[in-house]
Ligand binder design. Structure first.
Ligand code: PGA
Length: 251
């Protein structure tokens, strides 16, 4: 099974509007030079529309960092799938560990967001990952299976064609402590086996599973050489055109 690689930049709560547009233009240029892979950036909400505008006509994919499940209504502080499609956004991250850890989002809420995205023409990138405490207690696979079981509740095999998964060990995010390629591959293999059990084998084989957590120009090549790692979700190193360019051009 040949899965098309996806390199995604999660800009989190960074960059002014001018900086975001400048960076998006630079990434779009890199992306145009690498036609055999998908490239995505996820700017803050305030920069989404101008970034979409700036990269229109290029292959660069623009994603939101989160999404609500209803089309509209009394949901202060939220952005709906319809609002995203309205400005040309086609994807969103859901269940990022910072949403889970800092803002208390539960698996059930993340599942609603994911289903809302699918229903609203937005393709979700669902993040899962264990904390250091969970890993040290030997609970990594149990935690991931639960996050996947709840996160993908009610998602059909057909809808899975639009879902990307991202394994992001919480202890590796923003810490400079990348999972070793062996650790990452082991978990990706487990995630793929979970998918084969829940869906058919061909769904498991077709689903892209990204690794995230201190991905850098120095470690991207060895991560991407793993059979079950189909791309990367990059935080810190996605904020500079130069380092993200090298990551997109992994060999
Ligand atoms: P990082 O963040 O690359 O800065 O570790 C990754 C993420 O949170 O998506």
């Amino acid at each position: 099974m040949n899965r098309r690689p996806l390199i995604a930049g999660n800009w989190k709560m960074h960059l002014t509007l001018a900086e975001a547009v400048r960076l998006a233009r630079a990434v779009a240029e890199t992306c145009g030079a690498c036609p055999d892979r998908d490239v995505m950036v996820a700017p803050a909400f305030t920069a989404l529309a101008p970034v979409c505008e700036a990269v229109r006509g290029t292959p660069l994919l623009v994603a939101a960092q989160n999404v609500a499940w209803e089309k509209e209504g009394a949901f202060t502080g939220e952005i709906s799938p319809a609002m995203l499609t309205d400005i040309g956004v086609g994807l969103t991250i859901v269940g990022h560990s910072e949403r889970r850890q800092i803002f208390g989002e539960s698996d059930a809420m993340i599942n609603r967001r994911l289903l809302g995205a699918l229903a609203g023409d937005i393709d979700p990138v669902l993040c899962v990952g264990e904390t250091l405490e969970e890993r040290e207690a030997g609970r990594t696979f149990a935690v991931l299976e639960e996050q996947l079981r709840q996160g993908l509740h009610g998602v059909s095999s057909e809808q899975m064609q639009r879902v990307v998964l991202a394994y992001e060990p919480v202890w590796a995010i923003g810490t400079g402590k990348t999972a070793t390629k062996e650790q990452a591959q082991e978990v990706h293999g487990v995630v793929r086996r979970f998918l084969a059990g829940k869906y058919e084998k061909n769904v498991a084989e077709a689903t892209r599973i990204l690794y995230g957590g201190s991905v850098k120009p120095e470690n991207i090549d060895s991560l991407m050489a793993q059979p079950d790692i189909d791309g990367a979700l990059v935080g810190g190193a996605a904020l500079q055109a130069e380092s993200f360019d090298r990551i997109v051009r992994f060999r």
